[in-house]
Write a protein that binds this ligand. Structure first.
Ligand code: HEM
Length: 493
């Protein structure tokens, strides 16, 4: 019946999209320039598709100029673009349903925290919140520390050897870290299985994107005829086989009591559980079905592995291009942690500048470049009412680029320390409101630990003038992002 519900909801979304394009219920805000009859701004989207991040900047800057709310039309689909912080907050609070494109991810992740809406989402979010709390994440510190050291060793051959692409190393390493934290078993999966999962996830995301943009692929018969259904089934098998394998392993271990379902962290002394154990406890209590456990695990893996890795890729690049900031960061890390000590939980709050560096990296390059929501009911903003059946786009770039100072395009971590930017409620890099990022604490601590080891060991150099970005679900560099590394002889042990 869930399948039927989702089909019905897709049909009703289509009806509302069509209705919305013709109804004249509420006056519209000004449009982004260049809209054409029928296709709207589709041609603009296509023209800018090779540099989508620049397009987001142009859209958000225009939106700021036009008063904070504009319209962007992709064929019949009406999108409200919002840069006004108060309206962004209202929209994020009122529109808790994701864009319909996320419905195409349901074949993969069912009704998980990322794909569900309404009461199902609220229940999942409430049940999952404790799994992402600070004490749980503190329990992962050993994994974070050892994974950071592992990466540093892996990069050893690049020392003094010129530019290289560091991004895939961060992706693989972060995926392993996430698997250890998620499954609560180190080396739970083989390297091959992990690599297959990552490549299948990328391909699956491409399919979801294709469905969202090429509307004819949303018709099942066409999807089958062009061979994409077969491809999708194969990818789903690859993806689900990893989660199924680990869940089976864990289940057996729990039944036979051969694996303690809590791990004692040697650094923190804390007893902790991986996400999977917490989910299985909930399933034993009847809160989650077995399928829901798998769906949530898929959702955590997908939202977790690329975001943190990509943000670190950007951070290394920014640090490489700003040696004075890198030196200041290194000084703080050495002062708090010594030349090569691990990061303990009591150190985290002392790494104030490190925190600012990461936040500034999220501000400059938000890996989730837009918050896309579906407007289910009419939503009243300050000066306009968003029509039910439309979409709204909140750019994390809002307060980021429409910056509070005139130097918003500069990488300046100090703004998080000196200015009123610190604790800025409008900052949308990790989302806004109740549906904001559940993994923020995980991500911030994982990134801090990685930077702590990396920067004390290596001096990074980079040059950003040729940087090219792409943005699908995640904003990422596609070229011009290589770095070089040298050992910091003066401080290395
Ligand atoms: C630099 C790292 C990260 C950034 C910048 C980031 C950013 C975001 C943003 C902006 C949203 C809101 C999207 C929306 O409202 O449409 C979000 C949601 C989410 N994030 Fe993150 N994220 C990061 C890392 C992580 C990690 C490591 C995990 C998991 C371990 C994670 C799990 C999630 C989940 C499950 C949601 C959906 C929450 C919900 O729908 O209730 N994120 N993230």
């Amino acid at each position: 019946s869930e399948q039927k519900d989702s089909e019905l909801s897709i049909v009703s979304l289509w009806m509302r999209r069509l209705w919305n394009s013709t109804s004249k219920t509420h006056p519209l805000p000004p449009a982004f320039p260049g809209s054409l009859p029928i296709i709207g701004h589709l041609h603009k989207g296509i023209a800018f598709s090779s540099n989508i991040f620049n397009f987001f900047k142009i859209l958000s800057e225009d939106c700021v100029k036009q008063g904070g709310v504009t319209i962007f039309k992709l064929g019949p689909d009406l999108h409200y673009l919002i840069t006004d912080p108060q309206d962004a907050s209202t929209a994020a609070k009122s529109c808790l349903r994701r864009h319909y494109a996320m419905d195409f991810a349901k074949v993969w992740q069912g009704n998980s925290i990322t794909t569900s809406s309404g009461k199902t989402w609220a229940r999942h979010r409430k049940l999952l919140n404790p799994a992402f709390s600070l004490p749980v994440i503190h329990g992962f510190l050993d994994v974070f520390n050892s994974q950071a050291k592992k990466l540093i060793n892996e990069l050893e051959p690049f020392v003094g050897n010129g530019l290289f692409n560091h991004s895939p190393y961060f992706v693989t390493n972060n995926f392993e870290t996430l698997c250890a934290g998620t499954f609560g078993i180190e080396n739970a999966i083989s390297k091959n299985l992990g690599a297959k999962y990552i490549s299948s996830a990328y391909e699956m995301i491409d399919l979801i994107k294709a469905k969202a943009f090429k509307v004819w692929l949303q018709i099942d018969l066409i999807y089958k005829l062009v061979g994409l259904k077969k491809k999708e089934d194969q990818l789903l098998e690859n993806l689900h086989s990893l989660t199924k394998t680990v869940i089976q392993k864990k289940k057996l271990a729990r039944e036979n009591n051969t694996l303690s379902n809590t791990v004692i962290s040697p650094t923190t002394g804390l007893r902790y559980k991986g996400f999977l154990d917490l989910l299985m406890d909930l399933s034993a209590d009847g809160a989650f079905t077995e399928t829901e456990v798998r769906d949530q695990i898929e959702a955590i893996l997908t939202t977790g592995f690329e975001t943190t890795a990509t943000q670190l890729t950007f951070t290394m690049l920014l640090l490489g291009a700003h040696p004075e900031i890198q030196d200041k960061l290194c000084k703080e890390l050495e002062a708090v942690l010594g030349p090569d000590g691990d990061v303990g939980k009591e150190d985290l709050n002392k790494l104030v500048y490190t925190n600012a560096v990461i936040m500034e990296s999220v501000r400059m390059f938000p890996t989730i470049p837009m918050i896309l929501r579906w407007v289910e009911q009419d939503v009243k903003l300050k000066n306009y009412t968003m029509r039910a059946g439309s979409n709204c786009v909140i750019f994390p770039l809002i307060p980021n680029i429409a910056a509070k100072d005139s130097k918003g395009d500069q990488f300046r971590p100090e703004r998080w320390l000196d200015d009123d930017f610190n604790g800025n409620q409008d900052f949308a890099g990790f989302g806004l409101g109740k549906r904001g990022c559940i993994g923020k604490t995980y991500a911030m601590i994982a990134m801090k630990v990685m930077l702590a080891h990396f920067i004390r060991q290596y001096r990074v150099r980079a040059e950003m003038s040729q940087l090219q970005l792409s943005a699908d679900f995640v904003l990422k560099p596609v070229s011009g992002h290589e770095i070089s590394i040298e050992r910091r002889h003066s401080t290395a042990a």
